[in-house]
Design a binder for this molecule. Structure first.
Ligand SMILES: Cc1cc2nc3c(=O)[nH]c(=O)nc-3n(C[C@H](O)[C@H](O)[C@H](O)COP(=O)(O)OP(=O)(O)OC[C@H]3O[C@@H](n4cnc5c(N)ncnc54)[C@H](O)[C@@H]3O)c2cc1C
Length: 480
């Protein structure tokens, strides 16, 4: 057995908060070999996606390459791959990427595959109201938001009414929805005000819709009311107690508790409501008997392992345990807890035991210099909360360079009126829909490596035969 095979193989699925922080926890351990597999090459700082969508930050600033973050950690390797199967019996993770398959055996497994957007059974809404979970989503939304102003300008330049072209609807009044709505209002009223000739960007209508009776429900009634007031002052219309029942290319339909319905015409719609845990929860549930809740989260033991499988840990947005929220700190602390448990086992030391979550509070920005902060019974709103938000987000951003450039971008955007990241392309807006229309999806556009090898072999034979024929003709010419 080689020295490497004697090492304990830890496989981590996901390069988000749970995956990355668990991988880092193994730094310096010579007895461990870490393989981190994720379907993206970057570590995504999701809380700042809305700033990419509204032109404040670039995607690189919130999504540094995982390989780069871990390159000094000698016991860690990073693989690009979408895990489609976990075999708990043979202790193997099966992943694929661009038609390449890979099987990765493990001794301990940490599953941190996060959650995607949930449309509550109406997945077709996604075509007209993209969610905000990935860099692709943020760039598509950036294209749709800035594109709406361009189309309105074009329409107005032909002397035609712009109708609903400048009506933006954000569905979901949680932190993401509040931040998005606040930023679109700020864009239209502050940033783009002098950029157009035929439209008045500040007349854009920004509507925030939620079925709940208040904005930011987890922050409590008082902060929710303050946030709503601040949003309305910033120019956002807040519609509460309204369930979105239909979304199409030209608008949304809502139903109120009293049965009344209302339609809002809108080209640019953003879905910021609901999450659905990774599908990997399902395969783990089938094999271990652990239950799934309605959002697809898997019920884990108190130490974050699965029933009958102390070698499998699940952390972050995928778990259902003691009503823990789907926030970055739950994933970070869970990832660290899983790694510490594995390290303790390897040294035959007492394990940390049950996972204890330390709630560091939550915050959401409403507009520049205005945020809300909730930390247990301590609540804060306004400019102080905003500076608190700034400090916390800088602290958790990865990489000194990203912190530096983000600070510069924030100064330019919040003190000045500049948004330097306004580049959008048609591909960013339409690629997702185009890919969804391809039967078999993206994989169908990529050649099978076996087929490519066969084509190369056939071409090689053809060239060899051609060369042999040339040489035969040359021989016969020189003989005559
Ligand atoms: C827009 C937005 C704003 C947010 N704002 C805040 C906030 O302000 N504060 C806060 O605390 N939390 C916030 N959150 C929540 C927070 O980002 C999540 O709770 C946190 O990211 C969860 O970490 P995780 O590791 O469980 O999953 P993620 O960070 O989502 O990481 C999942 C990883 O798994 C990978 N993956 C998924 N499926 C597979 C597969 N099949 N194979 C391989 N890899 C896979 C993904 O590529 C990714 O690398 C926000 C979330 C969003 C979407």
């Amino acid at each position: 057995m080689s020295a490497d095979q004697a090492k304990h193989r830890v496989v981590i699925i996901g390069s988000g908060f749970g995956g990355l922080f668990s991988a880092k926890e193994f730094k310096g351990r010579d007895d461990v070999e870490v393989t981190l597999i994720a379907k993206t090459t970057h570590h995504l700082f999701q809380p700042l996606l809305y700033q990419v969508a509204t032109g404040i930050l670039s995607q690189g600033e919130i999504a540094p390459p995982t390989r780069d973050i871990l390159h000094r950690q000698k016991n860690a390797r990073v693989l690009l791959g979408e895990v489609n199967e976990i075999d708990a019996e043979t202790k193997t993770v099966k992943a694929s990427m661009l038609n390449q398959q890979i099987d990765v055996p493990y001794d301990s497994l940490i599953v941190a595959a996060g959650a995607g957007q949930s449309y509550f059974g109406n997945d077709h809404f996604a075509e007209f109201a993209p969610g905000m979970k990935s860099i692709d989503d943020a760039l598509e939304l950036r294209g749709r938001i800035f594109g709406a102003f361009e189309i309105a300008e074009l329409t107005a330049s032909r002397g035609e009414p712009i109708g609903d072209l400048l009506t933006f609807v954000v569905v979901g009044a949680g932190p993401t929805g509040v931040e998005m709505a606040g930023q679109i209002a700020e864009l239209s009223r502050r940033v783009l005000k002098k950029d157009f000739t035929h439209i008045q960007s500040e007349k854009a209508r920004v509507v925030l819709v939620d079925a709940a009776p208040q904005v930011l429900p987890p922050f409590g009634e008082k902060l929710g009311a303050k946030a709503q007031k601040a949003l309305e002052q910033a120019g956002v219309e807040v519609v509460l107690g309204a369930m979105v029942t239909h979304v199409d290319e030209f608008g949304i339909e809502m139903k109120f508790k009293d049965g009344q319905t209302q339609r809002i015409g809108s080209i640019a719609k953003i879905w910021a409501a609901g999450v659905q845990a990774s599908e990997l929860g399902k395969t783990l549930s089938e094999q271990t008997g652990a239950e799934l809740d309605r959002a697809g989260r898997i019920a884990v033991n108190a130490d974050l392992t699965l029933p009958g499988h102390p070698e499998i840990f699940v952390v972050g947005d995928m778990i259902s345990l003691d009503h823990l929220p789907g926030v970055a700190q739950v994933a970070i602390q869970g990832g660290k807890h899983a790694a510490k448990t594995i390290k303790a086992r390897l040294k035959d030391k007492p394990e940390p035991g049950n996972f204890k979550y330390f709630d560091k509070g939550s915050m959401a920005t409403i507009s520049r210099f205005n945020a809300v902060l909730s930390m247990g019974s301590f609540k804060l709103s306004g400019v102080l909360a905003w500076f608190g938000w700034l400090v916390v987000h800088l602290a958790y951003m990865t990489g000194f360079r990203n912190r530096l450039t983000a600070t510069l971008h924030w100064m330019m955007s919040f003190i000045g009126k500049d948004r330097s990241e306004r580049t959008t392309t048609m591909q960013q807006i339409f690629a997702r829909e185009a890919l969804e229309r391809v039967p078999g999806g993206m994989a169908a556009l990529i050649d099978d490596p076996a087929e490519v090898a066969a084509q190369v072999e056939a071409r090689r034979k053809e060239l060899e035969e051609h060369a042999a024929e040339e040489s035969r003709l040359a021989d016969s010419r020189s003989a005559s």
